[in-house]
Design a protein around this ligand. Structure first.
Ligand code: BGC
Length: 536
């Protein structure tokens, strides 16, 4: 048994499935892949500050600061909404297509081509001096971000050792938060420039993240699960050995590979094979009331990402600057936005530990509860005493606590869970669909928010937090009934767990047999223990 593991439940069979120890190299590989989060975060974050910059408004709105009243010196609501949301629209389609490409050409190549497309989009944005080119550039860049955001999760979940899979995928979220923070720092630094550098520097800088990620991925190995899907077991063995830092003929590699292979064969038995549309249709097969059906998993992944967006987090990150401006007494809305992004970064590492220690379900439950409380406080204070500077400070403090809850729970949690719930034959598409749902809702929220909040439109102001608070209440109920506990299981064990249990009882489920044994690929194999807290 690895590392003197304490087994909390029955382990059937003579041998526990041995696993390779997690090497430093394995950590490093996954940590590098997480880097993809930086340009996801940066790209979605820089626009918030840019739209508040005087030079940008002057150029894109053709306004003269000398003659235009300060209150009118803003980007029109429809332009704000189009510019912010077009990125998510591109990302939605990019993520959908990327699922197919990842199965045809591999996870790595898909991510690398995403970086290439992204760079083209960034060049157009940098060159732009009018809305048309900026929007076109954001659409194309978004397409590239879609490739990267969907496939990085797939790739990381597939190469990470189960003991630290949650923590490692949380690393991706950590990078998203760093990206957002870097964007607001760069915006902060260039905001007062009186030349095109004010917006061009924050935009152009993103190319650097794409170049670094693409170069790194040339060096990293492909996912072994991709080769198993392709029927190339030898190649899968070779890359798994590299990823785990073990000889290709070691018992560790043999067992892990057999289990991945057997699970794939098992799943393929129950899924009809066929042409392009049949394989897409497989994601929607089965009944919604059967916890392990493909339809149920697809609905779970897509709705989980929808819920993550419903928490309202991007209201703060996309529209924080104009919102803080609207609160009246705030001297420096840019600084406040930057502070919220710093809180976001500093709170995320808490999840590295918590996601493996307490598990996915409790983390999401507590997170939604914390967010509900903070959002209702902000809304109530805003409505009852919104002009009092002390009340405004309290609102800002609770917005920061709300960000803490999001960053340490739902931020990483949603990504971790979508990487785990799909069986291999539909995994790339399932993760892609779920990621696309994240971007679809991201886009919908970006489109409607300015109309709900801005003074010349719905003028909801702080009342908008009643909406986010109510949606977070839905997230709490949703988690309680629908999210299974996947902590400590291999991706193949998650598949079995979903077959044999329901979400509310899933945390008690213990592995009791392996696919390799069931499929006759490994007579000796028995279930590995669930990883316990002591091991993590
Ligand atoms: C969400 C993004 C959000 C970010 C904030 C991510 O998990 O998907 O929409 O901007 O977290 O940190």
């Amino acid at each position: 048994m690895p590392g003197g593991a304490v087994v909390s439940g029955p382990v059937v069979g003579a041998d526990a499935m041995r696993e390779a120890p997690v090497t430093f190299k394995a950590y490093l590989m996954c940590a590098f892949a997480a880097f993809g989060g930086i340009f996801f975060g940066y790209d979605s974050g820089y626009i918030n500050g840019v739209m508040g910059m005087e030079y940008f408004i002057e150029t894109f709105e053709h306004l003269d600061p000398a003659t235009t009243p300060k209150n009118d010196f803003v980007v029109a609501s429809w332009k704000q909404s189009l510019t912010v949301s077009i990125l998510s629209a591109g990302t939605f389609f990019g993520a959908l297509i990327a699922g197919d490409l990842a199965d045809w050409f591999g996870r790595r190549l898909t991510i690398i081509s995403g970086c290439g497309i992204f760079i083209v989009g960034v060049i157009l944005q940098t060159a732009s001096t009018s809305l048309g080119l900026l929007v076109a550039g954001r659409l194309i860049a978004g397409f590239g971000v879609g490739f990267v955001s969907a496939i990085i999760i797939l790739y990381m979940s597939e190469i990470a050792p189960r003991k630290v899979r949650g923590a490692i995928v949380s690393g991706y979220q950590f990078c998203i938060t760093i990206g957002l923070m870097l964007a607001s720092c760069v915006d902060y630094a260039t905001q007062h420039r009186t030349d095109s550098g004010s917006y061009r520097i924050p935009i152009a800088l993103q190319m650097l993240w794409a170049v670094i990620l693409a170069i790194g991925l040339f060096i990293l190995p492909e996912s072994p699960r991709f080769f198993i899907r392709k029927g190339q077991k030898d190649k899968a063995r070779e890359v798994l050995a590299r990823i785990r830092g073990q000889p290709a003929n070691s018992e560790y590699i043999e067992m892990e590979l057999n289990e991945i292979d057997a699970n794939n064969q098992y799943e393929l038995q129950s899924i009809p094979q066929g042409g392009y549309f049949t394989t897409w249709f497989n994601c929607f097969r089965g009944s919604l009331f059967q916890p392990n059906s493909n339809l149920r998993r697809t609905v779970l992944g897509t709705s989980l990402q929808m819920m993550q967006q419903w928490t309202g987090v991007n209201f703060v990150f996309y529209f924080g600057t104009p919102f803080f401006k609207q609160l009246g007494t705030i001297q420096n809305p840019f600084l406040l936005t930057m502070i919220t992004t710093i809180v976001n970064v500093l709170s995320t590492p808490f999840s590295f530990y918590a996601i493996e220690k307490v598990g996915r379900r409790p983390l999401l439950l507590w997170g939604s509860l914390g967010m509900v409380i903070c959002q209702f406080i902000v809304a109530i204070v805003g409505v009852t005493d919104g002009d009092n500077p002390k009340a405004i400070s309290a609102m800002i403090a609770f917005i920061c606590i709300y960000i803490f809850f999001f960053a340490s729970t739902w931020g990483p949690g949603a990504w971790v869970v979508i990487g785990e719930i799909f069986p291999l034959p539909i995994r790339s598409r399932g993760v892609a669909l779920s990621t696309a749902s994240n971007w679809l809702w991201n886009c919908i929220i970006a489109v409607i928010t300015p109309f709900m909040v801005n003074k010349d439109e719905g003028n909801l102001g702080a009342k908008v937090f009643f909406i986010w608070g109510s949606l977070c209440t839905c997230a709490f109920v949703y988690t309680y009934f629908l999210i299974p506990e996947t902590k400590g299981l291999t991706l193949e064990q998650v598949d079995k767990m979903m077959e044999e249990t329901i979400p509310r009882t899933s945390s008690k489920w213990q592995p009791h047999s392996t696919f390799a044994a069931e499929m006759g690929l490994d007579e000796k194999a028995a279930a590995g223990p669930k990883v316990t807290e002591q091991e993590v």
